[in-house]
Every structure is written in structure tokens, then in C-alpha cells.
Design a protein around this ligand. Sequence first.
Ligand code: GTP
Ligand code: SPV
Ligand code: MN
Length: 590
Amino acid sequence: MGTPAPTRTALADVQTWVAEVVGRTLPAQVRWLDGSDTERADLLAQAVREGVLIPLNQTRRPGCYYHRSHANDVARVEDRTFICTTTAADAGPTNHWADPEEMRARLLALLAGSMAGRTLYVVPYLMGPPGSPRTMVGIELTDSLYVALSMGVMARVGTVALQELERTRTFNRGLHGTLDLDPANRYIAHFPQDNAIISTSSDYGGNVLLGKKCLSLRIGSWLGHQQGWLAEHMLIMKVESPQGQVTYVAAAFPSACGKTNFAMLIPPAHLAGWKITTIGDDIAWMWTDATGQLRAMNPEHGYFGVAPGTNTASNPNAVATVTRDTIFTNVALTPDGDVWWEGMDGAPPAQATDWRGNPWTPASPEKAAHPNSRFASPLINNPALAAEYDDPAGVPISAIIFGGRRATTFPLVFQSFNWIHGVYLGATMGSEMTAAAAGTVGEVRRDPMAMLPFCGYHLGDYLAHWLAFGKKLVNPPRIFHVNWFRKGADGKFLWPGFGENMRVLQWVCERCHGHADGQETPLGWMPPPGALDLEGLPGFTSERLAEVQAIRPEEWHRELDLQAELFARLGDRLPKELHYERELLKSRLD
Ligand code: GTP
Ligand code: SPV
Ligand code: MN
């Protein structure tokens, strides 16, 4: 009966590797996670006993817990993130490169004996739904209970992953050691050629939940380049019109620039006939099917969302999502065992404990919640989860939207003339930096396709891959650029944003189906006067629309200079088509 041998080989590979890591890191015990509810209850109780988690008010937030990270460990660290390909040229000029053998030796030395007295958790996990040929298996070995529990929210963990291993036979090897959290020993190292990741001396988010940015994006993009598909920093949403027409949309905005909010959008009263449901809020794997249709799936199983600014006006679905089974990190804690953050509903609490553990009142000069404080919630908590969220075949994408956080220059919305022009729009994206990564908040930097921190190979090759990929598409999706963040002379956002973004999305969907007009401008197609439905937006006059849509040539000439800097950096691996698009835009503006 059958030939079980390969199965045993794959599991035996895992066992051999775990034994190797145990021999090096010397944990007091090893615990393999099965992903069951009883195991989770047991680990949560242990986390509370060990002070890793604080239980929140279980009447108000059943299953919810609070965690504080070390104050020096609150965001991704791009400076300490390495792509360890055989040659530096393959990692490209926008990644930090290190020699794979040197980096591995350095990190294994740091990890030697580092888990003495601790528990090593073996976390088998899936990125993608069970049963999909695109789904990947990862095994994360971590000495952090917080990481093990967070992985249980963000991915499908335990037995389900070991079962899938029988099909894939290969798995990503992720090793995470907390060490002493000294930033000098912090490394997020990727070994794409070995399908391996080693992360040290951090215990925060994208640095340590290795299935997310490390596997699904950095290693994923590298594999996608080899295998002919795309791993992208994109949300995926389903849009249903009042007439029942369905459009699936993917959108790339840089970190903390609105993906979760857009993916969970609730249309304003005037457009109440439209319905949005969420497929993913951060990562999309995209490929072409046998008919040449672009398809996409969300490999994650949870949301690791920005807490500040989340309220019943901005994102009611997120507010509902975080009412149960959620781990909050670095928000503020109220005396009645609830959480609070800047931009939550209602008045601030009279007193609270801030994200550092210090007493806080509304008079305190410091923020109560860290600007990059986050919630980790299961996808299934989202009242607007799309039925297709775990379809192994993914969903067919009709529109791709790129967008950055730009106080000037970029209008609210325009559409590319074609695929190549659209790739150029994504390639030249700029955005003001946010608290999601260590660095200078507010400074504009180029963030091609929101993938600057996440592309696991040469960005020039990546852009060439996008162009080549487009040639396989029979009916390529329409590509758009949006900017929710343009500011007026008063320094305030010109566009109300959030649910009102439905007005832009409506035009996007109607353009995809050939139902809306576009006006040709130097930048691309724009909605002509009257094409954006602005009814029921009091105070949003046609003058204000003109301001948010304005194309100012002097700003654009500065923008083109900044694009030239990026292009020069990418050198001769940048596809010539993109130089050509820049030249064309320049001449259209003159
Ligand atoms: P990552 O999880 O870091 O990848 O971020 P994200 O792209 O999912 O960003 P998210 O939706 O969490 O939004 C980040 C911040 O942008 C929050 O503080 C939001 O309040 C703010 N934001 C989101 N959408 C809008 C909008 O339409 N207008 C304005 N002005 N702010 C927005
Ligand atoms: C981002 O920074 O884009 C995030 C959060 O989605 S993290 O998982 O920390 O990377
Ligand atoms: Mn993200």
C-alpha cells in the first residue's frame, strides 16, 4: 500500500534540523506545537504566569492579551536586515548584503548556548490555505513564547502544516533567538538560496514573525522571480457594485500608509449600495492562470495592524476585529484592564499605563501608545471577511492600485495608460516614512511598489520581472495611482479619506469595466469633472477637488529628479522601458 517514504523523509529533515539547533542553542526543553485550542489555552496561561502577556478585561475583550516589547525594539530594522545571496550584485543596491557563510557563522556563534534554561518552540506553519499548490510550509524555531503565540494568530500552525509538508516535501527553515535584545546583535538575515532565515536579538513584529515579511515577501519574491510569479506588499479586496458586479482589487501602499484601512473599507451612506469584503490586508501572492488571467491570494491567516488611529469612524471592521482573541503590543493599558491608543473613540482615559509601562495622563507630553503599536487578530474576526479569503485558486484581479503618503505633488487619483506605464508608476512610488520602520519619520523616500524593504533580490531585476510578467497576461489589470495624504496650505489633509475612499474606488472599478470616462492628462487618465461622485460630502467643493487633483509642473520636475536618483542607483539592471516612460512624462509636462 502506497509509498510513505517521502513523507518520512521530509519530517525526518525537520527532526534532524531541530536536533542540530537544539545541540547548538541548548534549550532546557523543546516543545512542538500542534496548533490545538487546548495547547493555545495552556501556552496563554504560561505566558501570563511568566509575565510575557497581561490578560485584558475578559468580559470586554474575551481572549485578548497585552504585551510590551523592549523600548529599543518597536519596529522593523531595515539597517539590520540582510539578503545573503552568493554575490552582492544579486541582492542589489537597495538591500544590505552579507556573505551567506560569514553571516551564518556569525549568527550561529551568537546563538550558541543562548537558549539555556529556556524553551525552544517548534512552530510548523503554513503560508497559504491548506490544499493549494501555491501554499508554503515553514518551520519557525523560536525561544520566544510571544512569537510562538503570535505565529498562531498570523498563520495556520501545527499539525495542519506537518500534513501539508507531505505534499511540499520542502520547508523554510526559520530560526529566531531572542538573545538579550541588544540592538548591536540584531540581525534579520535571509538565505534565499537555502530557503532559510535567521533572526536574532529582536522580539517584534516583522523582525520575528518569520512567515510574514521574511518568508512571504523577501524569500517569496526571490522564489517568484525564479518561478515566474509575484510576491507583493499588497492588500486584496472584493468590491461588489449595487448592480452586483464583482471586481477584485489589489493595492500596494508602503507600511502604515493605509492598506488595512482600505481593505476593510465601509462605503459612506451615499454609496451604501457598494459592498467591500476583505481577502488580505498586507501580502498578496500573484500569478497567471492557464487562461492568462492574473490571480492573487493572501498567504496570511491574521492581521498585524497599526493600532493608533483605529476607531469606529476610520475603521469599524477593525474595531470589531480586535474585540476578541487578539494580542495587543505597545498600546496603552487602562486601569479597568482595557487598551487605549491615540485616535481611539471617545475621550482619552483620565489615567493609563503607557507602552513603556509608565503612568500616563492626558497631560503627559509622551504618547500613550507607541505610533507603531499593533494588534494581532485572526482573519476570521473580521465581520467583512470575503468568502473567498482561503480559496486555494485565489481570486482574479482586475485593478492594481499604487499609492504613497505624499503631502504634495501627487493627485488623489489617476490611471496609467497601459501596463508598462503602470509598472513605471509603481517603480517610481515615493512615500513619507512612517513609524513602521526605524528611521526618519516624514522624509520622502522612493519605495518602489512598497517593496523597497521587502524585495529579496535586485530591484532592477524585480522591475524587469514585472514587465516580463505583464506579457503573459491576456487581459492585464488596469493600474492606478492614488494619494489619500495630499495637504492644503493649512497643513491639513485635503481629502477626507477612509470610507470616503469608496468614491475613488468606484471610479477605479467603473474604469475596469469600461463604464466611466477618463480625461487624458500628462500623468495619465483622470476622472473628468463630475466623474467622481462627491454627493453627500459637505464642504468638498469643486475648488477643493481641483486642489487635490492639481498637477503642478514645478513639483513634477523635482519629482522627476528624485526618480532619476533611484534609476541611477539601479544602474543597468533597470529596464530601459522605465527610463523611456520617465522621458515621455517629462516631455508631456514641458
Ligand atoms: P502596515 O501594516 O504597516 O503595512 O500598514 P498599512 O498599510 O496596513 O496601514 P494602515 O491601514 O494600518 O494605516 C496606517 C495609518 O494610516 C493609520 O494611522 C491610519 O489612520 C492612516 N490612514 C489610513 N487610511 C487613511 C486615509 O484614507 N486617510 C488618512 N488621512 N489617513 C489614513
Ligand atoms: C509593515 O511594516 O509593513 C508591517 C508590519 O506590515 S511588520 O510585520 O512589522 O513588518
Ligand atoms: Mn506591511
